[in-house]
Every structure is written in C-alpha cells, then in structure tokens.
Ligand binder design. Sequence first.
Ligand SMILES: *[C@@H]1O[C@H](CO)[C@@H](O)[C@H](O)[C@H]1NC(C)=O
Length: 574
Amino acid sequence: MKVIKFILLLCTLLAKDISSSGLVTALPHPTSASPVSLGLLYGRADTDVTEGKIGGEWKIVGNSGVEAMHIAVVSHNEIVIIDKVEANPIKQANGNPAISTLYNIETNEYRILNLDSDTFCTAGSWFSNGTLLHAGGAENQFGYNEGYQSIRFFTPGDGADWSEIPGGMTSRRWYPAMATLPSGDVLVFGGAYKGTGKNNAGINNPTYEIWPAAGGVPEKAFDMPFLTETLPYNLYAFLHVMPNNEGKQIAFVFVNKQGILYDFDTATILKRLPEMPGGHRSYPLTGNSVLLPLNPPYYKPIVMICGGNTEMEIETLSEASCGRIDPTEDNPQWEMDDFGGVGRVMPDSVIMPTGKILYLNGAGAGFAGYHRGPNTNPLYVAIKPVLAPSVYDPETKEWSRFAPSTIPRMYHSVATLVSDGRIFVAGSNPQGDVYTESEFPTEYRVEMFSPPYLLTGLVRPKITSVGEYTELNTQRIPVSYGLNVEVTVISGQDVPNFKAVVIHHGFVTHSNHFSQRFVSCNIMSAKYLKKRDTSILLTVEMPPYSSILPPGPSYLYILDNEVPADAAVELLLN
Ligand SMILES: *[C@@H]1O[C@H](CO)[C@@H](O)[C@H](O)[C@H]1NC(C)=O
C-alpha cells in the first residue's frame, strides 16, 4: 500500500490552549534584535541569485488596458484592475477614458468596466457575502465626478460591473485603509480630505467608519486620535485583524513607527506597542506590512513590517530593515532583521502557497510620489528600481532571492498570487497622467512570475471535488468555519505529501495588501479511494473562527510535496 503523508493535528488542542484573555496564546519572544543595515543592492539581482528555473521565471503575458494602481482577485481567473482618472487610450461605454478593467489570467484579455467617479488612491475589502466594497477617491476630471466620498460595489459574475453610492461615506477619504472585520462588515479607516505629498493637520481625517454587511450605511464615524498623534506619515494604515476565540474585533493598527492594538467593538486602544526601530513605514516613505502565515493550533499572529525610508529625499537609500512582532504578547518587542540586505521603498508582499513571503516591486532609494518637472524632463522622486524579488521564510527567518524582472515597478504598481499559483505583477506610473516615453513610463505590461515551486518537474495535484461539488470554480463553494470538508485530489507523485491552506488575497494598492491572509488547515484524514488509485480523499478542517480568516471569498490551495494544485478552489467562508 502506498503511503500518504499529511498533517494531523487535533482540534481539541485548540480550545484548550487559547488563553483566557481571548487572544491567542503567545510564545516567548526572542531576546535580542539583530543589527539593522542599509541596503546597497538594487537594479539587477546580485551575483548570488540563482538564474533560470531555480530562481523562477518571468513572462510578459498581456496588457492591463488601464494602469494597474489597484487590484483585487475576484474569481479563480479574473482580476479587477482600477486606475486613477487619466487619459488611458481605451474608452468606457460613455466615452470617457476607461479607468477599470477585468483582466482574465487564462486568455490574457480584458473587459472594460464602467465607473462614474475618480478612483485615485482608494482602497477595497470584501463583504462576507462576496461583494467587493471600494471606497474613496479624488477630484473630478475627464468627465468623472469627484470620488473623495464615494462608495462602490463589485459583485463578480457574468457581465458584472461597478455600482456606486456617490458621496456615500461620512467624510472625504483619500488614502484610506480598509479591512474586512470578523463580523463581515467592512472598516474604512482614516485618510485625508484631499490628495497630498504628506499628510498635515489641515486635511487629516482622523476617523473611521464601518460599512454593515447587512446593508444600509454607517450611522456615524468614530474618532481616531491615534491618527492625529502619528502625523504626518499616517496614511494607508496597516491593519491586521487579530485571531481570538471570543468573537472580538481586535486589530493591529500601525502607521509611521507606531502600532496599537485596537478593539473595534468598544472603540478603545487596548495596548500601545514600542516604537518600531528604523525609518518611517508609511506614505510617502512607504513600507509594507504582512501578517505571516497563521498555523493551528495557536494561530500566533506575527506581523512583519519591511522597507520604507528615513527621509523624503530622492537619493536617500530605502530602508533595509524589517521588524516582526506578535502584538498579542504580554510585552511585545520588535525583532529586527536586514530585509535580506536589500532596501526597498514601496515593496509588495505576496504570501505564496508554500507559506514563504515574496517581496517584489519598488525602489532602492527615494519615496512615493509623482515625478517633479515636466513629463519631457522628469525628476523622479524614487530611483534605483529593485528588480529581483526577495524571499522570506517565516519559519527559518532566512532570506534568498529569485531571478529579476526586466520591468521597473515604481509608484503605483501591484502584485498578487492567483489561483494557479503564479504571481500577477502589473502597474507603475509615477506621473499625473499617461506618459509612455520615459524612463519610468505609464506601464501597461502585465507579467506573470512562476516561482520555483511551479518549475520542479513534479506532477501538480488536481482538486476534483470539494464537499458535494464536482464542478469547481463555476461558483463559490459555501463553507462554514470549523467545518470538516471532504476534498478529492489526484496525485501524480510517487509519495504524496499533502498540505492544505486557505488564502484570502485581499485588495492590493500602494504596497498595501489589505486583509491578505494565509491560514494552514488541519488535514484530519487522508485515504485512497480505491486500491492502487491516484485519487485521494482528504478531510480538511476549515479555520475555526472569522477572526482567523475574514468571512467572504478565499481560495483553498492543496500542495503535494510543496507543489500547489493546478487550480485553487474558490470558497465563500461564513
Ligand atoms: C452584499 O452586501 C452588500 C452590503 O449590504 C450589498 O450592497 C450587496 O448587494 C450584497 N451582495 C450580494 C451578492 O448579496
């Protein structure tokens, strides 16, 4: 009989070992921090990058139609792309230059979507029912209305398009942060009353509002004095909901160098974290924050913040430091490292199906913003594009690098994992309008990066059924928290060795990956359906609580010896 390896962890451990505070039990924190060093490497990959397949493979696959300033994975094969208002060459139905498309990763073609208001520097997050909420914007131009206070909805499906509540928010928000709360409601947090290079007290909007999943509009906005204390680098806050088993809505909130633990049910600060060492981490000294993979039974929430810069100077090398912290510990401390020796401002972070973190895009010096001077003689405020991704292993804390891209991805670029395991990379446009004849042009080329796990030569597993569903990715499969789901997988490998993970891709813009989560699942059992067959029945336990993985759309990835299935399956978790 063939042997199948799988992870079996008993769920009874879970209830027993969660601390009485309701927050997930913390492990002891490391005692010493490693020194911070400045990165001196940018441009092409340094010499220790392994070329070719071991370092992954880049391909230019298509054209995004509009510049990819904001994206969301909205189905197993589609990505919604949202630009700002600018003179893109394609037109929407009413004749205005298009600013949104729906990109198909199988055909590499797009369909033009229709919007009414300016979407410049907005954010998004999913309602628990599977509708994407998109909020904020900027001034009117090119036939578009002002969008500062707009709320927009997108529900994926045949012929789906945007709908909008003009002026729907309680106040104007440019550069707001967003998150899906455990309740399924959507938080819209902070922002500025108008566009700015860096925020100031005159335009700061130190409030948040919560959009109810049950329908209707927020009754009021809540004051957030933390956003006044942290001026001027306080836009696009990093938000991560913290796991707990008491149904609490607690999030880690971080801007500039300051982090707090905030209870959204009682509107109170529970804890202030020590100031993070190193430079500033928020716009225009833009860094990145990722919640590292959550693993049963403790789902210990370790946040890792990387990159940014120390000052708003073009020649200043980007921050080559990362800090990790578990904000739920009794006495949380930052554990610093050197970001793999490569400084980056405006990094994107993508959690890969293997649980390793891919850092890509951004620049080795400078800050986020448009170029200065005329298009024909631009002075770019971010320079030295970093073309080779850095890879971080959250378990060993080791860094490595993958093969470089050839396309600089500067201010306003994006990256996300897609259901087939590749990484979608697009965007870049450090100018106020379309300009293609430049060192850092308005960039429409879409790249796909295939990480080494897709190039091993090992046969990829195939998911053939999930629960009672045998037609996969024709609709979202509804599952509930804690449910044991039967998943049939075909393995072509000699000694199958499975992992099951659920990933929420969130909403990506300006180096923020709002609500991005990776949660490992317990595989409770695995058995061959027939003797000497390649079909294997796995019983996969869904994450137990909505504070661990937000309600709404997420994707089930099955890995066989670290090679992900040819297609992850879209779920609707509630
Ligand atoms: C989901 O909820 C939002 C907010 O109540 C609503 O606007 C949207 O139409 C709902 N979507 C679906 C698919 O029911």
